[in-house]
Design a binder for this molecule. Structure first.
Ligand SMILES: [Zn+2]
Length: 203
């Protein structure tokens, strides 16, 4: 059971009209230690994965008022320092992110573990590097965020054989430049959102 308050969120929902792009609100709650440049790059990287003409991602940042009119809304909390520095704790088997489930219902509430993602990337480092580049860290954060957004938007715990929805994302996966949503995942999103993503992409 997950108890979460929903102050003022219902005002963000809105019904779609024919011909509209579906607007997906993503509210980011980030720690003060997360550099603005990293947030900026994370947004840019995430939008690459959601580049469908029928969809629009509408970003809401920490402490900002939730201005309408989103068809769907996903709440995202980033945990840890999110500062690009090598985490003090060594990499251990730890979830990189998760989506809350209550009474077997997948909820649109996502948690991203910045330190676990950084630790995963550092397992590929043999040298004494103490910081990750903004681009590399943002790429990995965007992969995990996109994975959890798919769970939240499809209200499903399902995974795919390939792409971002693999059940386990390895350090190599997080660094893979060409990783993307597999066609089967895009099909699941089309069904869940009732929006023709592939057709629209081919126009
Ligand atoms: Zn998953």
């Amino acid at each position: 059971m997950v108890r979460i308050a929903l102050p003022g969120l219902l005002a963000c929902g809105m019904l779609m009209q024919a011909g509209d792009r579906m607007r997906i609100g993503v509210r980011l709650q980030t720690p003060p230690s997360m550099p603005p440049k990293l947030v900026e790059e994370l947004v840019r990287e995430t939008e690459r994965h959601w580049d469908f003409p029928a969809l629009e991602i509408h970003w809401h940042h920490s402490n900002a008022t939730c201005k309408g009119h989103d068809n769907r809304l996903v709440m995202v909390r980033f945990r840890g320092a999110c500062s690009s520095q090598r985490p003090a704790a060594p990499a251990i088997e730890k979830a990189l992110g998760h989506t809350h489930v209550s009474d077997d219902h997948v909820l649109p509430f996502v948690e991203i573990d910045c330190d676990a993602i950084a630790a995963s990337l550092f397992t590929r480092e043999r040298g004494s590097r103490t910081h990750l580049s903004v681009e590399r860290y943002a790429h990995a954060l965007a992969v995990v965020l996109t994975h959890e957004m798919v769970h939240a938007l499809t209200a499903s715990r399902s995974h795919a054989k390939s792409g971002i929805m693999r059940p386990v994302l390895t350090p190599d996966d997080l660094d893979e430049e060409s990783i993307s949503l597999a066609p089967e995942t895009i099909g699941d999103l089309e069904e869940a959102l009732a929006v023709p993503l592939v057709e629209a992409r081919q126009e």
